[in-house]
Design a protein around this ligand. Structure first.
Ligand SMILES: [Cu+2]
Ligand SMILES: [Zn+2]
Length: 187
């Protein structure tokens, strides 16, 4: 009993020393959180009906991107990560341009040279529903290529995967800010 109490005092003393400014405590404060899952809830821009959810899950081979959208005109629609996590403008332009931390040209998702944010197109069916799934090795949930805190934009038109700097995908139909999601979530 007496021995147990003594151990407790030692633990408290060690914790106090750490709080007093030793290196390990400083390090803990500046370390980035490890994000394994992120989510963007997309809302329609002015005059649009497009809405849905995009999830990002870290896997061994990259980030698994899954999108579920409704309210789209049938056909192809560009989907990109844009630089800024700001969907406040009615036309979505507040989200800035394509996320391009390496100063590369616009391209297709499988091109060697592309914006980090270039995720290509999703295809809507006759009912306006679109599903998209891709494991992408260029985007990340931490570090230089991190998409957390940026925005997903789905466009009114198709990304031609060639035109600079946006793929001529037309107006922004839906916008959502990418945030940290529950690591154990099933969304
Ligand atoms: Cu875009
Ligand atoms: Zn691009």
């Amino acid at each position: 009993m007496r021995e147990k109490r003594y151990t407790g005092i030692v633990v408290i003393a060690t914790a106090a020393a750490a709080l007093a400014g030793c290196a390990p405590a400083e390090q803990a404060r500046t370390e980035q959180p490890t994000v394994t899952r992120a989510v963007a809830v997309l809302y329609p821009t002015a005059g649009s009906e497009v809405r849905g959810t995009v999830t990002f899950v870290a896997t061994d081979s990259g980030i698994l991107v899954r999108a579920d959208l409704t309210g789209l005109p049938p056909g192809e629609h560009g989907i990109h990560i844009h630089e800024l996590g700001d969907c406040s403008a009615p036309d979505g332009t507040s989200a800035g341009g394509h996320f391009n931390p390496d100063d590369s040209p616009h391209g297709a998702p499988d091109d060697q040279s592309r914006h980090v944010g270039d995720l290509g197109n999703l295809t809507a069916d006759d009912a306006g529903l679109a599903r998209y799934e891709r494991t992408d090795a260029r985007i990340a949930l931490g570090g230089h290529h991190s998409i957390v805190g940026r925005a997903v934009i789905v466009h009114a038109g198709a990304d031609d995967l060639v035109s600079q700097p946006t793929g001529s995908a037309g107006a922004r139909a839906a916008c959502g800010v990418i945030g940290i999601a529950d690591a154990a979530g099933g969304a």
